[in-house]
Write a protein that binds this ligand. Structure first.
Ligand code: SF4
Ligand code: NI
Ligand code: CU1
Length: 710
């Protein structure tokens, strides 16, 4: 045991010394009052904040932190103590990285990397992590003896959909071997210094604060959360020095196994510090040690297929063929048929394929027919919307939009690799049979690339179907159904959170509508969406039902006993952390503001999205603040207990434009007010309360005529 603890203490003491020196220098250079912060976070220096509750805001605040850090290093020959020294190393690394954000410092962003990961990125990772779309998080650091070995491993993680963070020279090695990098590719370079490991550590730690409702200062709760709920592991390449080992001890303290490519002999700690010298085994062993299960995606097409490719952007110059509704007719349709009408697995291309020497533009109808004993017409749009994701999973395809309005690009690279239209059909067939096998027994796919044929599909099948679906959705109200659904998918991160999904209120992540929940229930009867029989009305306006309370009580394991569907102030629905928007009341304006995750500036509440978002989350009810989906904004049930969407007084401009049409319609129908969205202020009009009030008065915002909101 002695050898390992010696190494850890050696590294921890070295980092402590460096940190102390750097803090002293910064105090001299910038002054103790100089503000210090990572960019775009509401959690200060997250490791220090989570572990101790201390909110570091200035350089001077660090002096006390260095003292705490040093006290964690006991130099006792005990593994538990040594792991604490590992945590001290993580704190030291955090301070050293934070100091790079002082004026004149050189954070890794300056070199085009990522460095500190903003809160909003972590929030956006919530859904893919809970659905298993991102099955785990790999941290790859150091420098491999042969770049090929490490690149192979990173590519393997990419194919499996993992989110991989790179630290050290592995970044250059991966780049040299052609690994596609960036957040969009789920391979994220964090920095060359080993201290950059802090940027992964703070992701795990903020996950605990954002989703897990861990209270700052609750170190034991924090460590239990990261160990149980953050599926991360570390691969360290190359020679190990004591600093790397000490940082590794920090990872182990958080519950992340460390796999090294050198032979550590009896220094190894089973399950925590493991040598794998055969590179062919690194990935497999790493996943096993962290118990990460990956659904195999072996589709027979000439290019890669993985969720990690979803964010890939294909520039015009790199495009071989484009199907774009702005230029040619396009359609995407999934329809239900009688089982006898379908030849399972049949894939047909009608019209020219994408062959050609140069850039090709074509019309395209992707026409998918499915049949199954348990299939319902309501599932057609649920499956259809997945086409967007499946096409994006193909390495070399970019897809945006849906229905009759989309753009699909195939890259020159994918074309050269042999990708043709039939492969698109193969992807759809394979994924439908994989994801929807409990409702789809047979499926056939036809791809049309002739204008006349696409026109015919649009006229006879697609447009009437789209319209019928829209009519059904528009007519569907909470009153018109007898069943709501719970969604508990986010419980893997937010153990006591449950969404209640109704036709007029989708899940706060924006990804689960009532129809989706209904389909999920059919696809996985014991899964995350369970029906709630709409019974026991307590208060219609607030949307209070005994059956909803019972369901939430059961789903949250007693953490939340009563929830209203339509009130922001009284027993509001809980939030996990991955909400698209947050609303907060502004009492002096008799209204609420709504802000979306993408908006980075200040709101008239004096807080940013991130700061507002940190007020709630983790399955906790916070009256006055509530996370919700974008689509909910224009719902007549939005804040219905407080008077409805007419209470909205401020939204970022982009959000206003996005919801304008539907919001104007709802408010007109409810209150007879025309062009309501114009009366809502945005950041170009007001970012403080006084200016906001003046604007509301000027335009005669209807909320001012209502009772006080609280
Ligand atoms: Fe998570 Fe709610 Fe979305 Fe379900 S509906 S995935 S619980 S945020
Ligand atoms: Ni998407
Ligand atoms: Cu969530």
């Amino acid at each position: 045991m002695g050898a390992l603890t010696d190494l850890i203490y050696g590294g921890a003491n070295a980092v402590a010394g460096l940190t102390e020196g750097a803090v002293d220098n910064a105090v001299i250079k910038c002054g103790a009052d100089a503000p210090l912060a990572f960019p775009d976070t509401a959690y200060f220096l997250p490791t220090i904040y989570a572990a101790t509750g201390v909110k570091v805001k200035t350089v001077g605040d660090l002096t006390a932190c260095v003292g705490v850090l040093k006290s964690l290093i006991t130099n006792k020959d005990d593994l538990g103590d040594a792991l604490n020294a590992g945590l001290a190393t993580a704190v030291g690394a955090e301070i050293l990285e934070a100091l790079k954000y002082l004026p004149g410092g050189n954070p890794y962003e300056n070199e085009g990397g990522i460095g500190f990961v903003p809160d909003k990125v972590i929030r956006s990772l919530g859904v893919p992590l809970v659905t298993g779309d991102i099955p785990g998080v790999a941290v790859v650091l150091g420098e491999a003896a042969d770049a090929k070995n490490v690149a192979e491993i990173i590519k393997d993680y990419q194919t499996k959909g993992l989110l991989t963070f790179l630290i050290g020279n592995v970044i250059d090695q991966a780049a040299a071997e052609g690994v596609k990098m960036g957040l969009d590719y789920r391979v994220v370079p964090l920095g060359h210094d080993v201290t950059a490991v802090t940027h992964v550590v703070t992701v795990a730690i903020r996950a605990a604060l954002i989703f897990g409702a861990i209270q700052p200062g609750d170190l034991a709760g924090l460590l239990a959360y990261t160990k149980e709920r953050v599926p991360a592991f570390v691969n360290a390449f190359g020679a190990l020095n004591e600093v790397i080992v000490a940082a590794g001890a920090g990872a182990i303290a958080l519950g992340f196994p460390v796999i090294v490519d050198s032979d550590l002999g009896d220094i190894q700690v089973p399950g925590a510090l493991v040598s794998v010298t055969d590179y062919a085994e690194t990935s497999k062993t790493s996943l096993e040690l962290r118990n990460i299960k990956v659904k195999a995606k072996n589709i027979d097409i000439p290019v890669g297929f993985a969720s990690a490719f979803e964010g890939e952007i294909i520039k015009k110059a790199d495009t071989q063929v484009e199907f774009y509704s702005g230029k040619n007719l396009t359609a995407e349709l999934v329809v239900q048929r009688d089982i006898k009408e379908i030849e399972d697995g049949k894939i047909t291309v009608i019209g020219p394929d994408i062959d050609g020497a140069d850039f090709v533009e074509l019309p395209l109808a992707t026409f998918v027919e499915v049949a199954g004993a348990k299939m319902q017409a309501d599932f057609e749009p649920v499956i259809e919307r997945k086409i967007h994701h499946w096409f994006n999973y193909v390495d070399g395809i970019m897809h945006t939009g849906q229905r009759n309005l989309f753009r699909l690009r195939v890259s020159k690279e994918a074309y050269a690799a042999g990708l043709r239209l039939k492969d698109l059909g193969t992807v759809i067939y394979h994924e439908i049979m994989d994801e929807f096998d409990s409702v789809v027994d047979r499926c056939q796919v036809t791809l049309y690339t002739e204008t006349a044929a696409v026109q015919k599909i649009l006229d006879e099948e697609a447009m009437p179907r789209y319209k019928a679906r829209d009519d059904r959705l528009a007519a569907m109200t909470d009153e018109s159904v007898d069943t709501f659904y719970t969604c508990t998918l986010c419980q893997s991160f937010a153990p006591s959170h449950a969404c209640v999904i109704t036709p007029e209120r989708l899940g706060l992540c924006g990804a689960v509508s009532w129809l989706d929940a209904k389909a999920t229930r059919e696809l996985t009867p014991a899964g995350p969406c369970q029906p709630i029989k709409k019974e026991g009305l307590i208060d219609e306006k607030k949307g209070a039902f005994t059956a909803v309370n019972d369901a939430v009580n059961a789903a949250s394991h007693g953490a939340t006993t009563s929830v209203t569907l339509y009130s922001i102030l009284e027993d509001p629905m809980t939030s996990c952390g991955c909400f698209e928007c947050i609303c907060g009341i502004i009492p002096e304006a008799k209204g609420v503001l709504v802000v979306n995750r993408e908006y980075v500036g200040l709101t008239p509440s004096g807080m940013t999205f991130g700061e507002l978002a940190s007020m709630t989350g983790g399955g906790v009810q916070t009256p006055g603040f509530m996370g919700h989906g974008r689509h909910f904004i224009a719902s007549k049930k939005f804040a219905a207990a407080e008077g409805g969407p007419v209470r909205i007084v401020w939204m970022p401009k982009e959000l206003k434009d996005d919801v304008r049409e539907r919001l104007d319609k709802s408010v007109k129908e409810m209150y007879g007010v025309e062009n309501f969205t114009d009366k809502i202020a945005d950041e170009t009009i007001a970012t403080d309360s006084e200016t906001l009030l003046a604007y509301l008065e000027k335009v005669g915002h209807p909320a001012l005529g209502l009772d006080d909101i609280m």
